[in-house]
Design a protein around this ligand. Structure first.
Ligand code: ZN
Ligand code: ZN
Length: 280
């Protein structure tokens, strides 16, 4: 599907696999499977360690090597799971018979909440992670487009005047961070309102595992979001929701496509319905 800042392709069904590719941003959210189309992406963010989100991380790395991609892909993940990931990666390599002296770790970058960092191979994009509530430690994130803009007071100046100002050492630009895509990963519904700035992004990708009214309790118990909580968050945020598209993903595999579409039409407040996209 297309949005104003990137296309969004991939797959996300609870328990099976999640990988959401943003090709124009050179970024992939999670790596529960690794199709060939994901191998060209240089940045991967693991939201948490559950297998359906993480298990093909090393497949991504090794497929790239096999295909002769020289550039090192960068694997971002919550700081707290980095050690576990390294142990797992090493154990897998030993299991596959990689000799000790040939073994190399991929480039793993731990992220902490509220810390802004520029993407390794895309310095015009910056990533900021935030904590969400799930059955294990998990994070979501926002990708910002970074640029320098001329300060308001210099907007009417001629190119000559601008050059003179610059030569005199005057700071004529200001830094602008434009929120493009926010993704929640696996999380409980309340994480949306606890991270309200996600509603400022052009695109919001949020999980919507449970839909049926009788599954409300279960969504809480399993650390997931129920569609009624998304509806509630949208109602509360009202006009503060700036998202052009809100992508619902990670549906439970027990629901049919027809049921998913029916429940979205029934539960989501009408004024937001044209911005909602089901990732199925
Ligand atoms: Zn999941
Ligand atoms: Zn999970």
């Amino acid at each position: 599907m297309n949005t104003s800042c990137t296309s969004v392709v991939g797959f996300s069904i609870s328990g099976l696999a999640t990988y959401i590719q943003l090709p124009e941003l050179d970024f992939c959210i999670d790596m529960g499977e690794c199709p060939l189309s994901a191998t060209s992406l240089n940045h991967v963010f693991l939201t948490h360690a559950h297998g359906d989100h993480a298990r093909c991380l090393m497949r991504h790395h090794s497929l790239r090597k096999m295909m002769g991609v020289e550039r090192e892909s960068v694997y971002y993940m919550p700081e707290r799971i980095c050690d576990g990931a390294r142990d797992w990666i090493r154990a897998e390599a030993m299991f596959e018979g990689v000799p000790e002296n040939k073994f190399r770790y991929p480039e793993i970058v731990g992220v902490s909440a509220g810390e802004l960092q520029f993407l390794e191979h895309r310095k015009d994009l910056a990533l900021e992670a935030f904590e969400v509530k799930h059955s294990i430690h998990a994070m979501g994130g926002t990708i910002y487009h970074y640029k320098k803009k001329l300060k308001e007071e210099y907007l009417g100046k001629t190119p000559d005047e601008i050059i003179k100002l610059r030569e005199s050492g005057t700071e004529i630009t200001r830094e602008v961070y434009d929120p493009l895509v926010s993704f929640m990963g696996d999380c409980m519904g309340e994480s949306l309102l606890e991270n309200q700035r996600v509603f400022q992004s052009k695109v919001l990708i949020t999980e919507c595992t449970f839909l049926a009214p009788e599954d409300y309790e279960m969504s809480h118990k399993k650390g997931h979001t129920h569609i009624s909580q998304i509806a509630d968050a949208l109602n509360r945020m009202g006009d503060q929701v700036k998202c052009e598209k809100i992508i619902l993903a990670h549906f439970s595999m027990k629901y049919s496509e027809k049921y998913i579409r029916e429940m979205i039409a029934k539960e989501i407040p009408e004024k937001f319905l044209d911005r909602i996209v089901a990732f199925i």
